[in-house]
Design a protein around this ligand. Sequence first.
Ligand SMILES: C[S@@+](CC[C@H](N)C(=O)[O-])C[C@H]1O[C@@H](n2cnc3c(N)ncnc32)[C@H](O)[C@@H]1O
Length: 413
Amino acid sequence: MNLHQLLKSGTGLVLPGETVERAVRERMLKLGLSAREDYAPLPGTPEFEALVDLVTVPESWMFRDPEVFETALRFVQRRLLSHPGRQLAILSLPCAGGEEPYSMAMALAHAGIDPAQCRIDAVDLSQAAVERARLGRYTRNAFRGAGLAFRERWFRKDGNDDGDAYLIGEAPRRYVRFSQGNLLKPAALAQNAGRYDLVFCRNLLIYFDEPGRAAAAAAIQALLLDDGLLLSGCAEAPAFCRGGFAPQSPGIAYALQKQALATVRLRPRPAPMAAPKAEGARPAVKPQAARAPRETARAPAAATVGGLIAQARQLADAGRLPDADRACQQALALQPGLAEAWFLLGLISEAGGEPRAAERHLRRCLYLQPEHYEALCSLALLREQRGDASDADLLRRRAARVHARDGKQGATR
Ligand SMILES: C[S@@+](CC[C@H](N)C(=O)[O-])C[C@H]1O[C@@H](n2cnc3c(N)ncnc32)[C@H](O)[C@@H]1O
């Protein structure tokens, strides 16, 4: 095997040749080597690990996709009630430089949940990333959202720096244990089989090929408890669904359960016009809307397109699907080309048990706004569930491209 193949089989990552060559040049320069044939590190050696560190993409930031952490926290809170006295176990894999597990730790601490009630194992392939995570020192790139109140509460300024760096505080640290590990080498993770209540596995499968994705899904199946919850990246959900997972509820592409459990929960689906309140009927369009008081959902129709869309989200989250549908139709009467309204209609139709209509609406949304990330993810899931894996894969790739581009834009802010 050449070095490129060794890296692929060791990590699962599908790496462009140029990425490997750049990393090799960097290592050779560091080691003072000039002849390419002199550089042949073997898997398992520190030099191979150093090369792996250079080809991985440890891109992450605090509270990346905030709704995912809200879903996670709600799950933990419910589970603590149903499993009193047991310490819950969360896995963050890959954890990159610690941004994801520390975000969850902050959410737990903020909610008053003690480390004795819930701990987090955080694992990444890159030893350098794990060391950075243990250090817990972050600069501007780790703080990309608008709301940074959490930074004031849980971090302190790093005194050795010119003011741009922050160190994570002791309180969030107490929840998290970091280690180096490879999702595709399940033997190393076997001791934790069937141990986790909640697993974050986000923004990793997008770098794998199909066999790698299948192996990753199987590994997560083994790690997660049968009634546990998997939080994936939106674009990766279809691959997990091919590997035996299914959405916990319609319309939320990233929250997945083992298939047997999810199938029971989602069946029977509510009748389209029955305004059901069943768990499976909740499109949960945005968690922010879910937290809105019910009075808001009953408010008279807002006059503006934006108001109607906000209202439609709230109504959908409250399970009032026909009313949500009506609010979308009113918004479309004012602005027929409103992609967001077609997207919501897609989710509402899906929650109402009308996958064909859902597909039509989501396609309409994508016709109007081809890079609507959530619509791409939701449609990919629908196509997957209806047996069209190749269409789902195309959609997933489109979503991954949008995701990667938006991530890069965020990094340059
Ligand atoms: C883009 S980051 C994702 C971090 C975080 N989950 C998030 O969504 O922000 C991808 C991480 O995957 C890690 N990685 C790559 N291949 C891996 C493997 N086979 N097992 C475990 N981690 C891996 C990389 O080192 C990198 O830190």
